[in-house]
Ligand binder design. Structure first.
Ligand SMILES: Nc1ncnc2c1ncn2[C@@H]1O[C@H](COP(=O)(O)OP(=O)(O)OP(=O)(O)O)[C@@H](O)[C@H]1O
Ligand SMILES: [Mg+2]
Length: 256
């Protein structure tokens, strides 16, 4: 469904050209969930922006269903970390936002919006305003709004980073449940290794300077997954090793 073909990206900083992405290629199939993991500044958001058509490549191209991506497409929606809700609109009106162009009948639009509000567990909250909701609820409104458009592809840039662990786990489950119903393709940028293992079919580990895909890890666990399971630990270990997190000798010199 998505083909990323030899994508490179450079930015001009003052007079210097800085290469941020180097020769990135991968395919994503319909209904797959992909996570991109990597340290800060390695180019994850830039890559996501290119896939979404918000940013142009320096060389290489991205194809969505065989068509070159140059501008943001109706088929694809980006879910930002700051939710992007309109504060003067109620939950219902926020979710209806993306439907206003496509559904002119107000009753049908409301019905559809309500279906997705229900799906993310916010039934009864449709007349509330964003400032009256918790961060997790606001994020759910953002997810409902994205899903209501029924995009083929959802791009998420650290969507749960601002949430506490309970809310995050809860929303991860909702997302999986909805995704299994709607078969939406998802590409997720995250710093959270557990989140990547819990949600993804494949994880791409990026290395920096210039940003490139260092490794692809296929998560061969059936969903829903158990975070305390031994197999889960197995993948956690593999990824920790990649980032050199489980090397106690680095702490030995401090007597820790
Ligand atoms: N518009 C821009 N102009 C110049 N440099 C940019 C621009 N956007 C990003 N960069 C640079 O590209 C590099 C990658 O940025 P990017 O935002 O993609 O990183 P990231 O992996 O998403 O980081 P984080 O995890 O902190 O969000 C950084 O060094 C950043 O300074
Ligand atoms: Mg980023």
């Amino acid at each position: 469904m998505i083909q990323v073909l030899q994508v490179s990206k450079s930015f001009k900083n003052k007079d210097q050209e800085v290469k941020v992405l180097n020769d990135i290629s991968f395919n994503v199939g319909k209904g797959e969930i992909i996570s991109i993991l990597g340290e800060s500044g390695c180019g994850k958001s830039t890559l996501l922006n290119i896939i979404g058509g918000f940013e142009q490549t320096t060389s290489g191209e991205v194809l969505l269903d065989g068509t070159k991506v140059n501008v943001p497409s109706q088929k694809c929606i980006m879910l930002f970390q700051n939710y992007g809700l309109l504060p003067w609109r109620s939950v219902l009106k926020n979710v209806e936002l993306g439907l206003e162009k496509t559904i002119s009948n107000a009753k049908l639009r409301t019905e559809k919006a309500m279906h997705y509000i229900d799906l993310v567990g916010l039934k009864g909250k449709e007349d509330m305003f964003p400032h009256e909701l918790s961060g997790g609820m606001q994020q759910r409104v953002g997810i409902a709004r994205a899903l209501a458009i029924q995009p083929e592809l959802i791009l998420m840039d650290e969507p749960f980073a601002a949430l506490d662990t309970f809310n995050r786990y809860h929303l991860q489950n909702e997302l999986l449940r909805i995704q299994s119903q709607e078969k939406t393709t998802m590409i997720l940028v995250t710093h959270d290794i557990d989140e990547a293992i819990y949600l993804s079919d494949r994880i791409f580990i990026m290395h920096p300077n210039p940003g490139r895909i260092h490794k692809e890890i296929k998560i061969e666990l059936t969903k829903p997954r158990d975070r305390s399971d031994g197999d889960f630990q197995y993948y956690r270990n593999i990824i920790f090793k990649e980032f050199h997190f489980n090397r106690p000798e680095t702490l030995l010199e401090f007597n820790i």
